[in-house]
Write a protein that binds this ligand. Structure first.
Ligand SMILES: *Cc1c(COP(=O)(O)O)cnc(C)c1O
Length: 397
């Protein structure tokens, strides 16, 4: 139709450049092995780091919550949606993180929209503007939260502390307030922000600090996240995170000082204008906190598996980029080749997604490999064998 010709031409463009996203359909729970588009495959795609997405303890907690609470809160948190489960989870998450208070919202994506526009922006009356110092490779949800705030966004070179200091010196004097925001673990490369050095520079200039720990929670710091890994408890103004990855459920969290979190309860728009998370999800998150507080066994198994898989891929001759975590990029370059690689792996019984622009820069397409604590050594060997065969077929190794 003429009316939608512009959409059709953009879709054609996506297909031609190998950037079109084919949605695979899962027909079983998130786990080490899954049924995907009718085929049983080894799963190396999900963010289910600790294997909690299909854990019997979390499922039981969700079932009991449905029996006790029903299925939906039927309100936003600020009207009638704050159930005692939410309050309990916020208390437990704050204790887990070692901070005063925490806010539980619908997702990690929402958490970034909830917090950034409340902390910084532009004063409508005076026109005074704040400035956000943002890592070049920050997650899309940080970028959108930053844009929404109306503050000026100044991007510094990826993980480059000297460049951060340079842009602070240049821009902070012309703005009302500054906010440093960085991913803790970068989700497409698996590298870790130099949190201690970033914090030192931000403190020197009195800039507010925020870290997005979506891929650090349940993974770094014995499961408590990147701030614990660096021994910086209580230093960052905001630790934002998700309950949709290692925690295996769904939801976002903003943790910090009570003054700040209480203010968010008055001002954060996803909290005020979008319904509360369901009782089942909230109860499952509580059970996940129990599991993480009880033992670090799953976290250890995750890292053992990641070390084995990463060494195996490197031995085969693959470039695994700058990964320091269980996120392992297998660098390919061309998006169409990466898509072909992923398709052939799938045919060989291994589910590992190709990632291209705009999620990663053009020419830096890759297969992103993510193991979990739920994989056995034999599972990982099945994966490595498929990577060897398909990598040779494509002349990549
Ligand atoms: C996944 C992710 C999010 C979003 O979390 P959801 O709970 O899935 O909405 C935010 N930030 C980063 C860095 C992420 O990787």
């Amino acid at each position: 139709m003429e009316r939608y010709a512009y959409i059709e031409s953009e879709m054609a463009q996506l297909r031609e450049t190998g950037l079109y996203i084919n949605l695979r359909v899962m027909e079983s729970p998130a786990d080490a092995w899954m049924v995907v588009d009718g085929q049983r495959v080894l799963n190396l795609c999900t963010n289910n780091y600790l294997g909690l997405a299909n854990d019997p303890r979390l499922k039981q907690a969700a079932r009991e919550a449905v029996d006790t609470w029903g299925v939906g809160p039927a309100a936003v948190r600020s009207i009638a949606g704050t159930q005692s489960l939410h309050v309990e989870l916020e208390r437990r998450l704050a204790a887990f993180k070692g901070v005063e208070d925490a806010l539980y919202v619908q997702s990690g994506f929402c958490a970034n929209q909830a917090v950034i526009p409340v902390l910084v922006g532009r004063d409508r009356a005076t026109g005074e503007q704040d400035v956000i110092f943002s890592d070049q490779l920050n997650h899309a949800s940080i970028i959108d939260g930053a844009r929404l705030s109306g503050a000026r966004i100044v991007v510094y070179q990826h993980c480059d502390v000297a460049d951060l200091e340079r842009v602070i010196q240049e821009h902070l004097p012309n703005h009302r307030r500054g906010l440093l925001v960085t991913d803790g673990v970068f989700s497409m490369d698996g590298d870790i922000a130099p949190l201690d050095e970033l914090y030192r520079v931000a403190e020197k200039y009195g800039v507010l600090t925020m870290v997005d720990d979506a891929h650090g929670e349940g993974v770094l710091g014995g499961g408590k996240g990147i701030v614990h890994e660096f021994g910086l408890q209580g230093c960052f103004d905001i630790e934002m995170g998700t309950l949709s990855k290692a925690f295996g459920v769904v939801g976002g969290v903003v943790a910090g000082a009570k003054t700040v979190i209480d203010y968010l309860r008055q001002r954060a728009r996803p909290f005020l204008f979008s319904s509360a998370v369901t009782p089942a999800d909230t109860a499952a998150c509580l059970a996940a906190v129990d599991v993480l507080e009880e033992s670090t066994e799953l976290v250890e198994r995750l890292w053992e598996n990641a070390a084995y898989l990463k060494a195996g891929l490197a031995d085969l001759g693959f470039d695994t980029g700058r990964s320091q975590t269980p996120i392992i990029p297998v660098m390919v370059g061309d998006a169409a080749v990466a898509a072909d690689f992923s398709q052939r792996l799938f045919e060989a019984g291994v589910f590992a997604m190709a990632i291209g622009f705009p999620t990663v820069p053009r020419g830096k397409a890759r297969i992103r490999v993510m193991n979990t604590a739920a994989h056995s050594r034999e599972d990982l060997d099945v994966g490595l064998d498929a990577f060897r065969r398909v990598g040779r077929e494509l002349g990549l190794i």
